[in-house]
Design a protein around this ligand. Structure first.
Ligand code: HEM
Length: 423
């Protein structure tokens, strides 16, 4: 499945020819690799590939994908800080894109856009959502216990973040089914692949985005979001100079949908799967629930809901002895960096009581995730509810993992939650 094409210091001839065809030639000191994040089998189970990258050189290059790879924690962090040379402004996916969106801009434009979204995520805003989140976690865990064996993805990990986002965007319960369909489809916008299926899915995503836009513009026109404790209500309250148009408010709403849904689903799914696989770790948390915040950081490190994103170099960029040429596509492997043995002891083992706070599951530097406190609050609510009520999380079948190259998490998680009193 994966092996570096060659050990550091020598270039494989075929790879070198392929490399030249891709417009990159010459010795840069990088290790050529056939590690391919787009390979569905690798995307589903990437950790052996990460171990191999860590055993090999500091910077890798995949000639077939014309992609440079950074995988050491220190190197990824440094590159994420250096937005002058390693920019998001050509997009953060394999396909370059330019847009007036916080996540794909840098410098002043990025600061301006980030400031627009920030009022939605103040401490006060989060606190105002705590009850909704706690109640939802209690309701969904309760339903899972009553259901006996079920798919936790359908019952908990998908509905939890979706209903939280719907609530904080001010979508009424009655509209949730439509909202879920549009949001599922429009999220595919970031999974663009240049294949027939990929194009069809992108077309569906565009249609869903149009439907969502119509929906939000109608709600904004109704006027009842003004003064509400919702994201858009808060942004409207800060928008006294009318600086944000309805369309800009809609772009913020869709950004939050795309950024906050599947990522949190992946975190929650990874958490349940891990406790089913490691009951001793679950028992440790049950014995000492004060460990919950630390355990959630370890879940973030271990699961890495976003395994990687891309950047593009605007100047020659040096990493140790290696020079990544200007104009290159660089894969920032959050997943590999979070399993870097130079940074974390025994990185492939989940330890609920480790302190993994240097992880970069939420990114690092100027683009650090704006929704991190919200995601943490959701994970906290679910884990506390589980610990209060459930003595064992048991798998009743194999977990299926997504094959998406960037977002990774369980897509099917058959489990039974054994209630405390029944044990
Ligand atoms: C476990 C859940 C989550 C994970 C793992 C996650 C991960 C990330 C990462 C890695 C980035 C950095 C992107 C980059 O460097 O290019 C990011 C940015 C961002 N995230 Fe999250 N995220 C999560 C949940 C959320 C939620 C719940 C929201 C909001 C509802 C959100 C909103 C954002 C926004 C707006 C940005 C862009 C920040 C900027 O570019 O300045 N995220 N997230």
């Amino acid at each position: 499945m994966f092996s570096p094409l060659i050990a550091a210091g020598r270039l494989n001839v075929t790879a070198a020819l392929r490399t030249r065809r891709r417009g990159f030639s010459g010795w840069t000191g990088a290790v050529n690799t056939d590690y391919d994040p787009l390979d569905p089998a690798v995307a589903a189970q990437p950790h052996a590939a990460y171990d191999a990258l860590h055993r090999s050189g500091r910077v890798h290059y995949n000639p077939r994908r014309a992609t440079w790879i950074l995988h050491r924690l220190a190197d990824v962090r440094e590159a994420l800080l250096d937005t002058d040379q390693v920019t998001s402004s050509h997009g953060v996916t394999r396909v370059r894109m330019i847009a007036d969106l916080v996540v794909v801009t840098d410098g002043e434009q990025h600061s301006r856009l980030r400031k627009q979204v920030q009022p939605a995520f103040t401490k006060g805003a989060l606190e105002s959502w705590r009850n909704i989140i706690d109640e939802l976690a209690a309701e969904l865990v309760d339903e899972m216990i009553s259901a006996g064996g079920c798919d936790a993805v359908q019952r908990l990990t998908v509905p939890m973040p979706l209903r939280v986002i719907a609530a904080i965007l001010g979508v009424p319960e009655g509209d949730i089914a439509d909202f879920r369909r549009w949001s599922d489809d429009s999220t595919q916008l970031i999974n663009f692949t240049p294949t027939v299926n990929g194009l069809m899915s992108t077309a569906r995503a565009m249609r869903a985005a149009v439907a969502l836009r119509r929906y939000f513009l109608k709600h904004l026109a109704d006027g009842h979001l003004k003064g509400s404790d919702t994201v858009l209500g808060r942004l409207l309250a800060h928008n006294t100079d009318g600086g944000l148009s309805d369309d800009q408010l809609f772009y913020i709403a869709i950004l939050l949908l795309i950024a906050g849904n599947e990522t949190t689903t992946n975190l929650l799914g990874g958490m349940l799967d891990t406790y089913a696989q490691c009951p001793d770790q679950y028992d440790m948390i049950r014995a000492n629930p004060d460990l919950i915040p630390l355990a959630i950081e370890e879940h973030l490190r271990y699961t890495s809901p976003i395994q990687n994103l891309y950047r593009y170099t605007r100047a020659d960029y040096e990493v140790g002895d290696v020079t990544i040429p200007s104009g290159s596509r660089v894969l920032m492997s959050f997943g590999a960096a979070n399993r870097d043995p130079r940074a974390f002891d025994d990185p492939n083992t989940f330890r609920a009581d480790r302190n993994p706070r240097s992880h970069i599951a939420f990114g690092y530097g100027p683009h650090l995730c704006l929704g991190a406190p919200l995601a943490r609050m959701e994970a906290h609510a679910v884990l506390r509810e589980l610990v209060d009520r459930v003595s064992r999380i048991e798998l009743t079948g194999p977990t299926t993992w997504s094959t998406n190259s960037s977002l990774r998490g369980p897509t099917r998680l058959p489990v039974v939650l054994r209630e405390k009193s029944a044990s």
